[in-house]
Design a protein around this ligand. Structure first.
Ligand code: ZN
Ligand code: ZN
Length: 271
């Protein structure tokens, strides 16, 4: 049983690349003994003109309202488990104000910040993996980590998702990353954001959680708060790999995860 653990990173069919009803996500969470959950659908592609928004990448602007009311309705229907209202928002430099305006009307419990795009390239999309060949991988990592630091420093996000997502398909630079890890961990600690230990990486070609053990440790050493997340795109992925993730977090030196409500956080013992 996944007692004490919360899963704050779950998607819905509205993003166009997840399956299952929202009720199935909730019922899986209850069956697996999670203490709390939250939905975090992909934010509409606010930085693109309407005709360029990929309907298989995120919910549309018109669905925001219904998404929020669906989560609030589930909260009434399942009093046995706290259900938080979250969203996963892409960090796109230069578009910060548009994001703030878009999120402003809704009662979020937390906002997750993600870097999925380098310029116009959605580098975590399986159909676009060929574009890694255009890059020197060391330079690509530098670009990614610079953006991730900016996302932290923007102060827009309560939680940063999969903070080394650039490794998803197994592309590894042949240089030492400890400087990049230290700089990112410093930025996150300075911004007061939490990070995810995401089990999604275990289901991807890279075959390890996000972030890598050394980056997780760099964050732990600086007192960065932690959540454990599945990034579920199917009901069966809710709470997936959480026992393993809890062990890793404890071994790394974390003693607590954090819970969110109304964009305020409080610690919860890990074990
Ligand atoms: Zn997704
Ligand atoms: Zn996600």
């Amino acid at each position: 049983m996944l007692n004490r653990l919360a899963d704050y990173h779950m998607h819905t069919v509205r993003c166009g690349h997840a399956v299952g009803t929202m009720e199935e996500y909730v019922e899986t969470a209850i069956a697996r003994g999670l203490a709390e959950i939250g939905f975090s659908e992909h934010v509409p592609m606010y930085w693109l003109p309407e005709e360029q928004r990929d309907p298989t990448g995120a919910m549309s602007m018109g669905e925001m309202e219904a998404y929020v009311s669906d989560v609030l309705r589930l909260r009434e229907r399942y009093p046995e488990i706290p259900i938080r209202l979250g969203i996963e928002a892409d960090f796109i430099p230069g578009h910060e104000e548009a994001l703030v305006r878009l999120l402003e009307p809704y009662p979020w419990d937390y906002v997750i910040g993600s870097v999925h795009f380098l310029g116009d390239w959605n580098f975590d999309h399986p159909d676009l993996v060929h574009r890694y060949a255009e890059w020197d991988i060391g330079e690509l990592y530098d670009r990614f980590f610079a953006l991730e630091r900016m996302a932290a420093e923007s102060g827009l996000f309560d939680i940063l998702a999969h903070i080394d997502l650039i490794k998803k398909f197994g592309h590894r630079p042949d240089k030492d990353l400890s400087q990049a890890y230290a700089a990112l961990a410093d930025a996150i600690a300075g911004a007061g954001a939490a990070i995810e230990l995401s089990t999604a990486g275990l289901r991807k070609p890279v075959g390890e959680p996000y972030p890598a053990p050394a980056l997780l440790k760099a964050c732990c050493d600086r007192g960065v708060p932690l959540v454990i997340s599945s990034d579920a795109h199917a009901p069966g992925e809710v709470g997936w790999g959480f026992e393993q993730a809890r062990d890793l977090a404890l071994r790394t030196g974390f003693t607590h995860t954090v819970r969110f409500e109304g964009r305020r956080r409080r610690p919860e013992p890990l074990a």
